[in-house]
Design a protein around this ligand. Structure first.
Ligand code: LLP
Length: 386
């Protein structure tokens, strides 16, 4: 996706310099080819079984990205009424939309039922009752899967660990069978599947495998008591290479988990977000000033933690690349934003040329949870004074 031509950094056939000139900075830039390629690799990895790859819209709900993915056959994994609205508008068929999230409101449930989405991933018994109630009122049958917490440690940042005992997500493993029995008795619920999502930026196959084994045990137990499932949804979470990680490929992942489900002949669902959009997105920023202070070198750029919060929130590493190749020796610099907070940085102690004022830098692999977690308060937030 990225390449230098005559010392200038390009994305595909477009120079970042020309993009900065035309659109200004800070600027998120995405590669359509990168998106399609990532989706295709994931989809192909499942070609031997019936499946739907539902893109996790939360990773980046940019409308153009959604349109590219829906056009190429992806489904959508949503977590709010807003995401449902955007997904439908972007062309995702409702039959390929799955809805997770621990706090679905009755209004959102009603909207999703009226749009006939594929399945609700139910995260609590109270939510199940609400779905049943709303569906009864609408004279609909709600198709559900339970999101099960398999108590697996995915060995990732604790903020994005979601399948360990004691977390807020899913139905505790030990309560799963009784939840299914309860759902089976509800008049407006159709029990269709099982779901789990154990975390994000997971760089080993082993936790996925362990979770799949535990889900399979439940699947078998349910079959034995006459509860047959049509969908097994193994969530998202596949990590990407930001630095020196060596994550499994989608093929490695599916090869590790699919064979575990020996007696399942229905449809597999996966919900990758980061894998699809992470390395297809870049944040282009411009150096405003340089300074040296306390023995340190600072490049002060126009993109900060409000544009990309991952470095300060998770101590996440994003490679920073100068747009102009420089023959100057590299020095250790902190790349910091303009926000009035010491936590506002994009990268610390990076070996970079002493890029001059107005020089451009590209923050790599910024497609997932970059724009989605950004805040442009002056542009979009309404202030209400009463
Ligand atoms: N499915 C469910 C139910 C999820 O909660 C998530 C992500 C995904 C799928 C997609 O996971 P992925 O394939 O993208 O790992 N803001 C954090 C990541 C939060 C992930 C939340 N859930 C970050 O910047 O690292």
């Amino acid at each position: 996706m990225l390449n230098y031509r005559k010392g200038n950094l390009f994305i595909e056939n477009v120079s970042f310099e020309s993009l900065a000139k035309k659109f200004g900075t800070p600027l998120y830039v995405y590669s359509r080819a990168g998106l399609i390629n990532n989706f295709t690799v994931f989809d192909d990895a499942l070609s031997s079984v019936p499946h739907i790859v539902c893109y996790a819209v939360k990773a980046n709900s940019n409308f153009s990205i959604l349109k590219v993915l829906s056009k190429n056959g992806a489904g959508a994994d949503i977590t709010s009424g807003g995401e449902l609205y955007r997904s439908l508008r972007a062309g995702f068929p409702s039959k390929k939309i799955v809805y997770a999230g621990i706090g679905k409101t009755r209004e959102e449930i009603s909207y999703a039922l009226r749009e006939n989405i594929l399945i609700f991933n139910v995260e609590s018994l109270e939510e199940l009752s609400s779905i049943n109630e709303v569906a009864t009122r609408l004279k609909k049958k709600a198709k559900i899967a339970f999101r099960i917490n398999p108590n697996v440690d995915p060995d990732t940042h604790h903020y994005i660990t979601t399948g360990k005992k004691g977390g807020k997500f899913g139905i505790p493993y030990s309560q799963a069978i009784s939840a299914y029995k309860m759902a089976k008795k509800m008049s407006s619920i159709s029990v269709e599947g099982i779901h789990c999502h154990i975390g994000s930026q997971i760089v080993e196959a082993a936790p996925f495998k362990l979770a799949a084994q535990r889900i399979n045990v439940l699947f078998e137990k349910l079959s034995n008591i006459g509860i047959h499932l049509n969908y097994i949804n193994l969530g998202g979470g596949l990590g990407i290479r930001y630095d020196r990680e060596n994550p499994p490929t989608p093929y490695d992942l599916t090869k590790a988990v699919i064979p575990i489900f020996k007696n399942f002949s229905g449809t597999f669902i996966f919900e990758p977000g980061r894998y699809i959009v992470g390395n297809a997105g870049f944040l282009l920023v411009k150096v405003i000033y340089r300074k040296q202070s306390g023995g340190k070198n600072f490049l002060i750029v126009d993109g900060g933690m409000n544009d990309l919060i991952r470095p300060t929130l998770y101590d996440a590493y994003h490679e920073i690349i100068p747009v102009k190749k420089s023959l100057q020796p590299k020095i250790k610099v902190d790349v910091v934003g303009p926000i009035c907070e010491t936590g506002d940085f994009l990268g610390k102690e990076r070996l970079l040329p002493w890029v001059p004022q107005d020089g451009l830098l590209v923050v790599n692999c910024a497609g997932a949870y970059g724009y989605a977690m950004s805040s442009q308060t002056e542009k979009i937030l309404l202030h209400l004074m009463i």
